[in-house]
Design a protein around this ligand. Structure first.
Ligand code: ZN
Length: 401
């Protein structure tokens, strides 16, 4: 009789895929290393005697018995139900397997196997109801199961980090298209390899992005005209992945009552990093008596000043006189000053006047590709545009190496 241990931590898909690796499908017995357990103990539980345990350990020096992680999946393979295991599989990583096989009564041999990831190309498309997550949920769920769906959303948001504030600027009726290289590994694990092209309609205006690695350039996304999507300013001082729910909603009425509210509020957990949206110099860092609480102001080379308020504390770069680079952490979200909950109050001052970030950053542009790179880019853009307009689904089969 086949003894199957039901062990917490092994999902049915884990067991299934290990089974798949064994062509002739002899009886197998899956097990998992529990916290505090030794390799000896697991091997003995699998039916090995003391001699066999020592031989297996000796054959597999790549397994350090003192550094085993709890949850390690182990599988015992037998010729039939009544004999001892002749093969032991250790799942070292999702795509890394160690197979230890019995040669004779005195010897076992170990062989490492790297399970392959396969890449294909898919087209996804979605309509925005409230945000980018729900926009990609419908079609994305089949193509990007589980956590890969969130990864897809964050990758697309990241492409637009210089152009669109995903937490505030999307509205019902906006839409998103993307051509995505997808990797699928063992156990149906799906990963976003990279976003090859995407088109986002914001208030009826398309913003396209094409992945292109130009020689001697750090930028990888370009618009249809061949200008880099990267600009001198990030569209949001908080990474989209860190924004909490309540997209676009303002939620501290106190300030709205006391004075006109020309800033933007980002709901985020206390302690969330706040980043300078562009290179500049910190011109103010301290406590504001007027309601901003702990506030940072950064002056940028084009004369803009960005203001970050209600901070719980200042970052390493949040000191007056400090030079900051785009993305440097100047402080952390809090609720100091006049705030009813943790959030970041953010302003852009143009010639000293509060200006909506959407307006202030509207005409900030990226660098064009060097003219020599343009013909190759144009070819690639045409190919990607054709893919963007295809129906959602897999458009290009598995890429073989
Ligand atoms: Zn505010």
């Amino acid at each position: 009789m086949l003894a199957v241990l039901r062990v917490a931590g092994i999902t049915s898909s884990t067991v299934g895929s290990l089974d798949d690796l064994i062509a002739e499908e002899p009886p197998t017995q899956p097990d998992t290393l529990a916290p505090g357990e030794t390799l000896d103990l697991v091997l003995r539980r699998g039916g090995l005697d003391g001699v066999a345990v020592r031989q297996v350990v000796k054959a597999a020096p790549m397994i350090d018995p003192r550094r085993l992680r709890p949850g390690l999946a182990v599988e015992f393979v037998r010729a039939n139900d009544s004999t001892a295991a002749t093969e032991i599989l250790f799942k070292l990583d999702i795509d890394h397997l160690l197979r230890v096989s019995r040669v004779d009564s005195a010897h076992w041999v170990a062989r490492e196997e790297h399970l392959s990831w396969e890449t294909d190309t898919v087209v996804v498309r979605g309509a925005v109801q409230t945000n980018l997550y729900d926009a990609l949920r419908g079609i994305g769920d089949e193509l990007f199961p589980g956590t890969s769906h969130d990864a897809l959303v964050l990758e697309v948001a990241d492409v637009y980090k210089f152009r669109v504030d995903m937490s505030r600027e999307l509205r019902t009726g906006d839409s998103v298209y993307a051509v995505v290289e997808r990797s699928q590994g063992p156990e149906s694990t799906t990963r976003v390899a990279r976003v090859l092209a995407t088109r986002l309609f914001v208030a009826g205006r398309p913003i396209e992005a094409f992945f292109y690695e130009a020689p001697a350039s750090r930028n990888v996304y370009y618009d249809a005209a061949g200008k880099s999507l990267a600009t001198a300013f990030l569209r949001s001082p908080i990474d989209f992945a860190r924004i909490t729910s309540g997209f676009g909603s303002r939620f501290h009425p106190i300030l709205k009552i006391l004075r006109p509210h020309r800033g933007v509020d980002y709901g985020a957990a206390s302690g969330t990093p706040v980043r300078a949206i562009g290179d500049g110099t910190v011109v103010r860092a301290g406590s504001d008596p007027g309601g901003f609480g702990n506030v940072i102001e950064v002056r940028h080379s084009n004369g803009y000043v960005t203001r970050y308020a209600h901070l719980s504390r200042f970052g390493a770069k949040g000191r007056r006189g400090t030079r900051v680079m785009q993305g440097d952490i100047v402080g952390y979200v809090g609720m100091t000053g006049l705030a009813t909950g943790p959030h970041l109050h953010f302003e852009i001052l143009v010639s000293g006047r509060q200006t909506s970030p959407t307006n202030a950053l509207r005409n900030v542009d990226g660098t064009p590709l060097p003219s020599g790179a343009k013909p190759a880019f144009d070819l690639r853009r045409s190919a990607l545009l054709a893919l963007l307009d295809r129906s959602p689904g897999v458009v290009r089969g598995l890429v073989s190496d």
